[in-house]
Design a binder for this molecule. Structure first.
Ligand SMILES: [Cu+2]
Length: 380
């Protein structure tokens, strides 16, 4: 009896340690901002933008909606932002839902194992104290228990690994994208580009506390321009940076992707609900790391189309030109050159000069890839 319990206690400890390590790796934590924001950085909207936005708002007949900034969806305190408790935010993507459930399952497994180990430990301490055992056991081996303490942890880990790998696989194997958004990290704000919609781009600067309060939006999370995407669409997010490491994270979508200078990382989401969903830069990137939030507005397709039209008009992009540019390239050297030029023109901005090299394969497929890391390529 004595040797069994010694060995069982050791086995339980081994299980607890291995399960704890795996579970800890699955956590997804939002970043919290530290100090008060600098209101000076919020006054970036240009006079031009405001003028066009007012025109658009008048056309819509809506009350002061700045179409360029977003479609005026109201922030919902119960969704898409921190709830103030210890719970993970409600998930609005099916992958997020799965990941959240998996997280809960791991917590249950960890709790059971931990309680089991502590109970064994306390029992062993009392049962095998020196006073009660003047002649100690000299046990060194027990084949049955050694097999057991090997097989049981393996079974637990396999049981965790199977759903874990399935989830990872689905996260990294996106369906074909309906919308592509490029998120570019700057110290300390995000810039966005819509390469498939003519390549218009804009900066998203955090609202000051006063502006956020006036707009009835959460402080430290609201931005002057929102990333607008259609509901139920697969949105591909290309994430990169022009200066230091940043990270583009939206807790409600269960996504977090590092923004690495000279490299384009890819993530995706398919939001099943309309609303405004907030996130923050999640890689310590400098003094205003806590003040470069992300606001994603998920709207109906018709509203998205309207927003894109306003953005294109503002950027002087004629949608008719885009249809021509989107026509499949013919397999000639000339056509490939045209495709390269189109991509280069669409990419715009200093980013293309810094990190992007575009090439076209002989069949006319345009391949965008970062010059610094030829291992990661995005094929369109
Ligand atoms: Cu950052």
């Amino acid at each position: 009896m004595g040797r069994f319990t010694h060995i069982a206690a050791a086995a339980a400890l081994a299980i607890a340690v291995s399960c704890g390590g795996v579970a800890a790796a699955q956590e997804l934590e939002p970043v919290t901002a530290g100090t008060a924001p600098d209101s000076a950085i919020s006054a970036e909207t240009t006079a031009d933008e405001s003028a066009v936005a007012m025109d658009a708002a008048e056309e819509m007949g809506a009350e002061e909606v700045n179409v360029l900034a977003g479609m005026g969806t109201k922030a919902d305190a119960a969704m898409g932002q921190p709830l103030g408790g210890m719970d993970i935010q409600p998930q609005v993507t099916s992958l997020g839902e799965r990941a959240n459930n998996f997280n809960t399952l791991l917590l249950i497994i960890m709790t059971v194992v931990t309680i089991f180990v502590f109970a064994l430990l306390i029992w062993a301490i009392i049962r095998f104290r020196r006073k009660a055992n003047p002649v100690p056991s000299k046990t060194t081996h027990n084949v049955a228990i050694e097999i057991l303490w090997t097989v049981v942890p393996v079974l637990i880990l396999v049981g965790i690994a199977v759903p874990s790998f399935g989830l990872l696989n689905d996260q990294y194997d996106p369906p074909e994208a309906d919308v592509t958004v490029k998120a570019i990290g700057h110290q300390w704000y995000w810039e966005y580009e819509y390469p498939d919609e003519g390549g218009f781009s804009f900066d998203a600067i955090m609202l000051s506390n006063e502006e956020a309060a006036a707009a009835n939006e959460p402080k430290l999370l609201a931005t002057d321009n929102r990333v607008v995407v259609p509901v139920g669409a697969t949105v591909k997010v290309l994430v990169t940076s022009v200066d230091v490491l940043h990270s583009w994270a939206i807790p409600a979508f269960w996504i977090k992707m590092d923004a690495v200078p000279g490299k384009i990382n890819e993530t995706w989401f398919n939001a099943e609900k309309t609303g405004v969903f907030y996130g923050q830069c999640s890689e310590l990137c400098g003094t205003k790391h806590g003040f470069m939030p992300i606001a994603v507005e998920v709207v109906e397709q018709a509203q998205y189309d309207q927003w894109v039209a306003a953005r294109q008009a503002d950027a002087g992009i004629d949608p008719a030109d885009l249809i021509e540019a989107d026509a499949p390239a013919v397999a000639t050297a000339d056509a490939a050159d045209v495709a390269v030029d189109t991509v280069a023109a669409n990419a715009g901005g200093e980013m293309s000069d810094l990190v992007e090299a575009s090439t076209a394969s002989p069949d006319g497929t345009v391949i965008e890839q970062s010059a610094a890391d030829s291992g990661v390529a995005t094929t369109e």
